[in-house]
Design a protein around this ligand. Structure first.
Ligand SMILES: Nc1nc2c(c(=O)[nH]1)N[C@H]1C(S)=C(S)[C@@H](COP(=O)(O)O)O[C@H]1N2
Ligand SMILES: [Mo]
Length: 508
């Protein structure tokens, strides 16, 4: 089993990274899982759900391997059948992947052959170690030399295990050339002319010294959410986007075409619909890219096309309301850069979509390869098929970062701090109360000037003089239109969590 997995991974790394049979099976499990299972996995394991899935699969495969051995104590036939069935599952999973070509079958077939050959080979050695005549009748001096042959068996197994692990690791390390391509894009962005620059981030835009996040999130700390077990390893040079469907002029864009258009930079706070009240699935970056509204106007959106249906290279899909993207000033873009560098592979290299004010699952397609103008009646995006909402504007929310839950702080002046957001219009006020007392306006951090400041989060802080004992701080955000966020508690599913956050802490 190890040999099959290792060879599958190595050959996939050499041919097409997305064809590793082990990961393809994992992807298929994710795709076919019923909603209750995916929600259970996400709420139980959070962002560790992928390692848990892969670990679980490894355990199952090891058990199947043990069974294959046990049913083959005498003849190799039954075990070979078990290995073949598992190998064919790998082939099937690769065939069922959203993007397949003939080359994708090389790795699972190599894995199948490696699995069968290793099993047959080790089986022979094992029977010989037991002093049994090999089934093909060659040699076979029963009885004598059992110890030596056992050593040969252990040695063979160890050799196969080490070679498999090395092959598996090698496959993971072999890239599809994405890293070089990324460096090239970063260099090109450094020299590119940007026609729309975001307002500078003013001093005092965050209260990081009090426990809030920094105003801009470094790309490597940016929250990450996707269904990909293996981050697609794409090259900008191979990338193209088809913009088609209900448009007057179908467009086909290469990466060079995209970079030859006017480039804009926009500072945007992205939020995940799965973020619970108090959660950390929210981050802010300066995105470089091409204005999406302009692109759509150029293609000519036809009447009735209420959905922009986007697909990633790994087959994930999202449906974005066309009217939102076409709002002047909304600022939706096809992003190629993040904080002055090419997108990280995890965040969608080479091209992703970003729409201020919409949760990522209906707008932020990474590894974008296809954009179809259609209707919501005709096509349903990945999470819409799984019980999440069709329309999903980001809800006005806030979070308390300090004090932390059940933290113990010294008596006297206690400073509470946190973040608030209401993309795309922004925050006008954050109110804070202690122990159910009167609401007080918190001090807001300075915000980048101009109308686009509403696309990003805002930090708040407030001081209280507190006596020793247990205390509860609670907050609520007010958007730029004066609307206070709802007190109603809602779970993330189907369209985002809501409610006023509260934190219990101790003054001692
Ligand atoms: N291809 C692809 N794009 C995707 C997703 C995905 O699963 N696959 N998840 C979406 C969701 S739910 C969110 S919240 C954002 C997260 O983007 P990030 O990982 O760059 O923060 O990406 C969106 N784009
Ligand atoms: Mo999300």
């Amino acid at each position: 089993m190890g040999a099959a997995l290792g060879v599958g991974s190595l050959v996939a790394g050499l041919v097409t990274p997305s064809s590793s049979p082990f990961l393809a099976v994992g992807d298929t499990v994710i795709r076919l899982s019923p909603q209750v299972l995916t929600e259970f996995a996400k709420t139980t394991f959070g962002t560790a759900d992928k390692p848990v899935l892969l670990g679980g699969m490894a355990v199952v495969i090891a058990l199947v391997g043990a069974v294959a051995g046990l049913v083959s104590r005498r003849r190799p036939g039954p075990g070979l059948t078990v290995v073949a069935v598992l190998g064919l599952l790998g082939v099937g999973a690769v065939a069922a992947a959203p993007t397949v070509n003939a080359a994708a079958f090389v790795a699972p077939l190599a894995a199948l052959v490696a699995g069968l050959a290793s099993f047959a080979g080790l089986h022979r050695v094992a029977r010989s170690a037991n002093g049994e005549a090999p089934t093909d009748g060659s040699g076979g001096d029963s009885g004598r030399g059992g110890i030596g042959r056992r050593a040969v068996l252990v040695g063979s197994m160890a050799a196969v295990a080490v070679a498999s692990a090395a092959a598996g690791l090698g496959g993971l390390l072999l890239g599809g050339g994405g890293a070089d391509s990324r460096r090239g894009v970063t260099a090109r962005l450094a020299g590119a002319r940007v026609t729309e620059q975001p307002p500078a981030v003013p001093a005092g835009a965050d209260f990081a010294e009090l426990g809030t996040p920094g105003f801009l999130t470094p790309a490597q700390d940016f929250y990450r959410i996707d269904t990909a077990l293996q981050v697609p390893d794409l090259r900008a040079e191979d990338w193209s986007l088809r913009l088609h469907g209900m448009v007057d002029r179908e467009l086909s864009l290469s990466f060079d075409d995209l970079l030859s258009r006017p480039l804009v930079e926009r500072t945007i706070t992205m939020t995940c619909v799965s973020n619970p009240v108090g959660g950390d699935l929210i981050s802010t970056a300066v995105f470089t890219g091409v204005d999406l509204r302009e692109l759509l106007l150029e293609a000519g959106v036809q009447r009735g096309a209420d959905q922009i249906f986007t697909t990633s290279s790994d087959g994930w899909t999202a449906g974005t309301p066309t009217d939102v993207v076409l709002e002047p000033g909304r600022g939706a873009l096809l992003a190629v850069g993040m904080n002055g560098e090419a997108l990280l592979p995890e965040h969608g290299f080479p091209v992703r979509m970003v729409v201020p004010g919409l949760y990522g699952f209906v707008s932020a397609t990474k590894w974008l390869v296809d954009m179809e103008l259609t209707t919501f009646d005709r096509r349903k995006g990945y999470w819409l098929q799984r019980g999440w909402a069709q329309r999903a504007p980001i809800k006005t929310e806030c979070r308390i970062d300090s004090p932390r839950g059940f933290q113990s702080v010294p008596a006297g002046r206690v400073t509470c701090a946190g973040i608030a957001w209401s993309q795309p219009i922004g925050i006008s006020k954050v109110e804070v109360r202690m122990d159910g007392g009167p609401w007080r306006a918190a001090t807001l951090s300075s915000s980048p000037s101009g109308a686009t400041g509403g696309r990003t989060w805002r930090m708040w802080k407030a001081d209280f003089d507190l006596a020793p004992g247990s205390h509860t701080v609670q907050t609520r955000a007010v958007d730029a239109n004066g609307v206070t966020q709802t007190e109603d508690r809602a779970e993330p599913i189907p369209d985002g969590a809501s409610g006023w956050p509260a934190t219990i802490f101790t003054v001692s």
